[in-house]
Ligand binder design. Structure first.
Ligand code: SAM
Length: 319
């Protein structure tokens, strides 16, 4: 590494606001406006600091519609450039330090996270009764469900876990395949509907439980299939949910993720509480790799009509 590159890295980190931003981002990805509100500084100022960090290779940015997301660059392993490796490791250590300013930033980070979750929860509370109609808006649901069943295959499934089960639809369609299943969700309204749906379908070997998909009350390596269907685009840290799904899988188990391909329908953020505008295969593959899983199959279900408001649905199988 050239001396000027190393100097850029050390100069980038050697400033209070930039160090605080790095420590914040080590806790999870944030948008510029979230960083601005946590630090209480103007957007142009924060953007200038972020540019310096990005130019030094310490943060990565990712534009999606009108929002720009920032995260720390991933690799601080042995193959990383030594100065960058040292800086990223120092930042992780700083995040654990007992410091008044960093502690306040960290509290505000938590408040942002809670506000984000509350916004999505309010949406689900309001729309729980309508969810079965809403989930059909993008593509005929039967087509997606048939493909998901296909991708999971016919191997016996002792335990099936549905993360963000909503009205419990995945528990219903997989019922003939599993011996037992648990669907987790944070929304009491969704859970009430899921219970009623399972009763009506006479499915007694599945349960639904209140639980946060970022930390489920289950032992590691217990599930044969974990499903995350149309949940990730609502989350602040979708990669962490994938990691939690991976933790639950037995060796040889399958993680099935279904969500949208990248799109530009910005109104879904305002009107339907979406945070992310779809995901690329590369992003899903990176999350899998981080959790020691391999992305083994990708299905793309394109809308039949040319209606620009219809979205492409993806199904990813990881094992
Ligand atoms: C769009 S719905 C999808 C429901 C279902 N998987 C389906 O495909 O019909 C997303 C669900 O994820 C739930 N959810 C969002 N964040 C969650 C979290 N952190 N933990 C558990 N459930 C969550 C919501 O309450 C909502 O029911």
């Amino acid at each position: 590494m050239a001396l000027d590159v190393a100097l850029n890295i050390f100069r980038a980190i050697g400033e209070e606001t930039r160090l605080r931003i790095m420590v914040l981002l080590s806790r999870g990805e944030l948008t510029v406006s979230e960083i601005t509100s946590i630090l209480g500084q103007s957007q142009p100022r924060v953007s200038r600091h972020l540019k310096i960090l990005a130019d030094a290779g310490l943060v990565e940015r990712h534009r999606e519609g009108a929002w720009m997301f920032y995260r720390t660059t991933a690799d601080a392993g042995d193959n990383d450039e030594p100065p960058r490796q040292a800086v990223l490791r120092a930042v992780w250590d700083m995040a654990k330090a007992d410091d008044r300013i960093l502690a306040r930033d960290s509290d505000r980070f938590d408040q942002v996270r809670v506000a984000r979750a509350a916004q999505a929860a309010a949406y689900f509370e309001e729309n729980a009764g309508e969810w079965n109609r809403l989930r059909n808006l993008h593509l005929p649901e039967q087509d997606i469900e048939a493909r998901i069943l296909d991708i999971v295959g016919s191997n016996p499934v002792d335990l099936f876990i549905d993360m963000g089960t909503g009205t419990g639809r995945m528990l219903e369609i997989f019922a003939p395949l599993y011996s037992s299943a648990v669907g987790y969700d944070l929304s009491p309204e969704m859970l009430a509907i899921a219970r009623a749906n399972l009763d009506q379908a006479k499915i007694a070997h599945a349960q639904v439980r209140h639980g946060d998909i970022f930390s489920l009350p289950l032992e590691a390596s217990t599930a044969d299939v974990v499903c995350i269907h149309q949940v990730l685009h609502f989350l602040g840290d979708p990669g962490a949910a994938v990691a939690e799904g991976a933790r639950l899988l037995k060796t040889g188990g399958r993680l099935i993720i279904s969500d949208f391909a990248p799109h530009d329908l910005e109104f879904l953020r305002e009107e339907h509480a979406h945070r992310r505008l779809g995901f690329s295969d590369a992003e899903v593959s990176d999350w899998c790799a981080t959790s020691k899983l391999k992305l083994t199959q990708v299905e793309t279900l394109s809308p039949i009509s040319a209606d620009k408001q219809r979205l492409t649905v993806k199904i990813w199988r990881c094992e």
